[in-house]
Design a protein around this ligand. Structure first.
Ligand code: PGA
Length: 256
C-alpha cells in the first residue's frame, strides 16, 4: 500500500511572516490526520521559520528547487545540504514553471535529482505535457521523454523511493483540471513505463501525484483512481482551509 502524499507548492508566495501564519493554521486543521503524508513547500527564505512550526507535527517540509553543486561560487543558488539543514525532507524538481521560465531541461533535472539523493532528500519529480503537445497527440511521448530523461542513471532502489508528479501544463493555475480518467490514463502509462525501465517492484512502489487545479471538491475523484497516490497543489495550498480540505479528501484513499 502506497501512502498518499499531498504536497503544497506555495511557489513565489508568502513572506516568512505570512508563511508562519498559514502553516500554524494548517497544523491545527490537520492535527488529527493520519495515514497521509502532508508536505508544504514555502519559498526558500521561509523554510527555517516554517520548520520551527511543523517540527514534531504531521506536516513535513519541502523546498521548491535546488542546485546540483553543494557549495561554492554560485550566487543566488540553494543546495541540497543547505535545504536539508533547513529541515526539508522533500524537494520539488523540474516543475514546468522552471522548465518554462528558467531553462530547466531533462539534463538539469537529472543533475538536481542526483544532488537531492546525495543530500538524503526525496525528490518530487515533475513531468507533463503542454496544451499544444496534448492537442498534437504527443502526451505519452512527452511524458516518456521527461521520465526517462529525469531518471537516467538511477538504480531501481533509488527510483523506488522517489515521488513523480504528473502535471499537465494546461491544467496548472488555469482552473482546468484533467478529468480523473485523463489523469489516470497518464498515471497508468507512467507506472507501466517504470515497469519497463526497472521492474514491477519499482513500478508498484513509486508514488505518483497528480497536479493541476486540484481543489477540495475534486481530490476525492482523482485520488480514487488506482494509480493516483496524491496531489501537488498550487493555488489551493495557499489557504489553510482549502489545503486541509484536500488533505482530508485524500484520507478516502486509505479508508476506501
Ligand atoms: P495549481 O498548481 O494547483 O495552482 O494548478 C499546481 C502546481 O503547479 O504544482
Amino acid at each position: 500500500m502506497r501512502t498518499p502524499i499531498i504536497a503544497g507548492n506555495w511557489k513565489l508566495n508568502k513572506t516568512p511572516h505570512e508563511a508562519i501564519e498559514l502553516v500554524t493554521e494548517l497544523k491545527r486543521e490537520v492535527s488529527d490526520v493520519e495515514g497521509v503524508d502532508i508536505v508544504v513547500c514555502p519559498v526558500a527564505v521561509a523554510l527555517t521559520d516554517v520548520n520551527d512550526v511543523v517540527r514534531d507535527s504531521n506536516i513535513e517540509l519541502g523546498a521548491q528547487n535546488l542546485f546540483w553543486e553543494d557549495a561554492g561560487a554560485f550566487t543566488g543558488e540553494m543546495s541540497g545540504p543547505i535545504i536539508k539543514a533547513a529541515g526539508c525532507k522533500y524537494v520539488i524538481i523540474g516543475h514546468s514553471e522552471r522548465r518554462q521560465y528558467f531553462g530547466e531541461t531533462n539534463e538539469t533535472v537529472n543533475k538536481r535529482i542526483r544532488a537531492a539523493l546525495n543530500s538524503g532528500l526525496i525528490p518530487i519529480v515533475c513531468v507533463g505535457e503542454s496544451l499544444e503537445e496534448r492537442e498534437g497527440d504527443q502526451t505519452f511521448d512527452v511524458v516518456r521523454d521527461h521520465v526517462t530523461g529525469a531518471l537516467s542513471g538511477f538504480t531501481a532502489d533509488e527510483v523506488a523511493a522517489m515521488v513523480i508528479a504528473y502535471e499537465p501544463v494546461w491544467a496548472i493555475g488555469t482552473g482546468k483540471t484533467a478529468t480523473p480518467d485523463q489523469a489516470q490514463e497518464v498515471h497508468q502509462y507512467i507506472r507501466g513505463l517504470l515497469k519497463e525501465l526497472y521492474n514491477e517492484e519499482v513500478s508498484g512502489a513509486v508514488r505518483l501525484q497528480y497536479g493541476g487545479s486540484v481543489k477540495p471538491d475534486n481530490i476525492e475523484e482523482l485520488i480514487a483512481q488506482p494509480d493516483i497516490d496524491g496531489a501537488l497543489v498550487g493555488g489551493a495550498s495557499l489557504k489553510s482551509d482549502s489545503f486541509a480540505g484536500i488533505v482530508k479528501g485524500a484520507i478516502s484513499k486509505v479508508t476506501g
